[in-house]
Design a protein. Sequence first.
Length: 311
Amino acid sequence: MNKMKIAFLNLCHTDPEIVARSARKLTGHDCLDMYVHVDLKSAMGPFQEALSGLMRVYLVQERAKVYWGGFNAIKATVAMLRQALESPREYDYFAILQNLDYPTRSNEDIIGFFEANTGKEFIRGCPIARTKDWHYARKYKIYNDRDDDFYLTKHSKPRMYMRYGHMMLKSIGTVCSNGVIVENGQSYELYYGDAKWAVTRELAAYLVDFYDSHPRFNRIMEHIQFPDEEYFHTIVHNSPYKYRCLKYDEPAERWLVNWRNFHYYDYPREISVLTEKDFERIMADGAIFARKVKTGVSDALLDMIDLATQP
């Protein structure tokens, strides 16, 4: 029996050493590959150097400038899915990672995790259409525009006020939105969830086809807050694929940590950088990846994980 093949799709912009360490560990098994999208705003050289010599690690050719909270993260993810789908390796699963993630189980255990759940989709979704909770409603009622360099530099107060004023004026057209996108007679109620997910080959192809064939859906999603936490989840949970999800039709519940798929992370106010003091909790959790780790901060933790998960 052939083992399941898995493509890990890694959205990266910093810390090439962590990316290489994760890739080196995962691709130690010949059924696991990694595709790396390097943010077009970041220099490719350090990633090429860190990843050089690693088998089955592929730099994605179609790069986008990815901004925090912007739609270009969707473009980058679709580019990774597209390139991996075209590979003759014919992967069974496609798993999204985000730069500072690290595997917390052995490669055999990771493969076993997906084999034990063959055919299931790991993309949970929280329904947020028509919500009365402003925490979620603001995601689509306030016009968002983050796919440029504006937030990367400091600006004078007048310029900041002009930017926010522009967004508020644009929000006149979105404030009455109920979180339902209609295109070609089909309604898509918005869902929210973790930007790190994994899907079968069939669903991966469906997501790419949907992106290519739904321009109105894409235009509206361009101005949703944090579309990487809503775009793919909305597509899946408005389709028959939702019944293949590990969980579906879950009631709304605040905070991202409630919607994680296969990652461990601490999220008191923002996602914490993990260190060796978190080792026991990480290993007891049962997740197959941890987020987030950094070179020079998490080194001891990664050494402990590697020792605990060595073949």
